[in-house]
Design a protein around this ligand. Sequence first.
Ligand code: HEC
Length: 107
Amino acid sequence: MKKFFAILFIIGAAGLSAADKTAADAPDFSSFVWPVESGAYKPGAGVELAQSLCITCHSTEYVSTQPPLPRKFWEATVKKMKEKYAAPLPEDNAALIDYLTSAYGSK
Ligand code: HEC
């Protein structure tokens, strides 16, 4: 019986020290500061739409690093942001898609 309790004690102590280790190794986010958004959408007709609708979830680089793709791509992208990622976008995004195509797309 003594042996049984000794084994229990060892298992318990090992468990406790494992728990301590996890807590000590947890990253400390208390001083984390979000980086300031340094990107901006290119000027052009409709830029205010992108600036207000397309910066809540990710940086402008998601758009500016795309190759110059046709209107169909931007149409599909806006649709994807709305339907797949639940971006709160209006029903009619024609002006926004026009802007994205002229600023970042190909004719
Ligand atoms: C609700 C959040 C949200 C909003 C608002 C949003 N996006 Fe996104 N976007 C995402 C997510 C999530 C991804 C995918 C990220 C990843 O794969 O790392 C993404 C990725 C992208 C990409 C990269 C290509 C791709 O399809 O993954 C482009 C381009 C893009 N977004 C454009 C836009 C534009 C233009 C707008 C404004 C109409 C916009 N996003 C608004 C969530 C959002």
